[in-house]
Design a protein around this ligand. Structure first.
Ligand code: AMP
Length: 281
C-alpha cells in the first residue's frame, strides 16, 4: 500500500486510472470502516482511503483534542485489507488558505436538523473536507456509512452542488454482537460504559418494534426515559421522514421513517439510527 501525504503525488498516481473507490475516514479504524473498504475493493479497481481528523467539523474543541489517533495500527489494517493507497494529509494540505476563510455550502434545512442543531457548523466542516478530498481523488464512487445517516444525505447534496459524477454508495451500519454501533469514539468508553452504551441500539429496536402500536409522542417519551435511566444525557431522540429528515408525529404508510439518537455517556457523545418503518409498496 502506498502512503500519500501530498495531493500532487496522489494525483500523479491516480492519473488515468478508472473505477476509483474512495473511503474518507478520520482514522482509529474499526470493522465498520473496513466494511466500507471491502465494499470498495469488491466493486472498484482501485481503493483509496483517507485519514484526516478534520478540525473544521468539530464544534467542541475538547472532542477534537480527544479524538483517538492510531495511525500505525490503521496503516497495518489497511495494508492487510489490500487497500491500494492511503491519503494522510496535514491540515495545511487540506486548507492551504488557513481556517479563517472557508467555503460555505447551501445545505438548507439539512444542516439545521438533528446533528446540525446540536453541532452548529458541523456539516459545513464535513462539506469543506469532503469537497477538497473529492477534488483531490476524483473517485467514481465514494463509500459512506449509514451510521451517519444525516451525513450521507449531506454528501449526496454536496455531490449535487458540485455537479460531479461521483456516486455515493451507502453502507449499512456495522454493529458489535451486542448491537452497539461500531465507532471510533467507543475506544473512549470503559468496559462498563460499553455495556451501558448498548441501550442506544436497544431503544432504537424498541421504537421499531412499537411504531405501529403506540403514538410517536409516547414512544419518544419512553425512549427518552430509558436513555436517561441508563445514565445518558440525551441531545435528541426522534423519528424522522427518511428522505427529508423532518421530524414526524405519525407514520405515513407511503414513506420510510428513521429513528435517530445522539446522547452523551459521561464525556463521550454517541450517535446511532435505524430505519424503523419501510413504506408499503
Ligand atoms: P469516521 O472515521 O467516523 O469519520 O467514519 C468514516 C466513515 O465510516 C463514515 O462514512 C462513517 O459513516 C463510516 N462508519 C463509521 N462507523 C461505521 C459503522 N459502524 N458502520 C458502517 N459505517 C461506519
Amino acid at each position: 500500500m502506498i502512503i500519500f501525504k501530498e495531493i500532487d503525488a496522489l494525483q500523479s498516481f491516480l492519473a488515468g486510472k478508472d473505477e476509483i473507490g474512495f473511503v474518507p475516514t478520520m482514522g482509529a479504524l474499526h470493522t465498520g470502516h473496513l466494511t466500507l473498504l471491502q465494499e470498495s475493493l469488491k466493486h472498484s479497481k482501485l481503493t483509496i482511503c483517507s485519514i484526516f481528523v478534520n478540525p473544521t467539523q468539530f464544534n467542541d474543541p475538547r472532542d477534537f483534542e480527544k479524538y483517538p489517533i492510531t495511525l500505525e495500527k490503521d496503516i497495518e489494517l489497511l495494508t492487510n485489507a489490500g487497500v491500494d493507497a492511503v491519503f494522510v494529509p496535514t491540515v495545511a494540505t487540506i486548507y492551504p488558505a488557513g481556517l479563517n476563510k472557508l467555503e460555505t455550502y447551501p445545505l438548507g434545512s439539512l444542516e439545521k436538523l438533528w446533528e446540525g442543531s446540536y453541532r452548529p457548523g458541523h456539516f459545513q466542516g464535513v462539506c469543506q473536507v469532503v469537497s477538497r478530498l473529492l477534488d483531490a481523488v476524483q473517485p467514481h464512487k465514494i463509500y459512506m456509512g449509514q451510521k451517519d445517516f444525516q451525513q450521507c444525505m449531506v454528501i449526496k447534496k454536496l455531490i449535487e452542488l458540485k455537479n460531479i459524477s461521483t456516486e455515493l454508495i451507502q453502507v449499512a451500519t456495522v454493529r458489535e454482537t451486542s448491537g452497539l454501533a461500531m465507532s471510533s469514539r467507543n475506544m473512549r468508553l470503559s468496559a462498563t460504559e460499553k455495556t451501558t452504551a448498548v441501550t442506544i441500539s436497544q431503544v432504537l429496536d424498541y421504537l421499531r418494534d412499537h411504531i405501529n402500536i403506540l403514538p410517536i409522542s409516547l414512544l419518544l417519551q419512553e425512549a427518552q426515559n430509558r436513555l436517561m435511566q441508563a445514565g445518558f444525557k440525551v441531545d435528541y431522540v426522534g423519528i424522522a421522514d427518511a428522505s427529508t429528515l423532518e421530524p414526524i408525529v405519525q407514520i405515513d404508510p407511503k414513506r420510510d421513517a428513521v429513528a435517530m439518537i445522539a446522547a452523551y455517556l459521561n464525556e463521550v457523545r454517541l450517535i446511532d439510527n435505524k430505519l424503523i418503518y419501510t413504506a408499503l409498496q
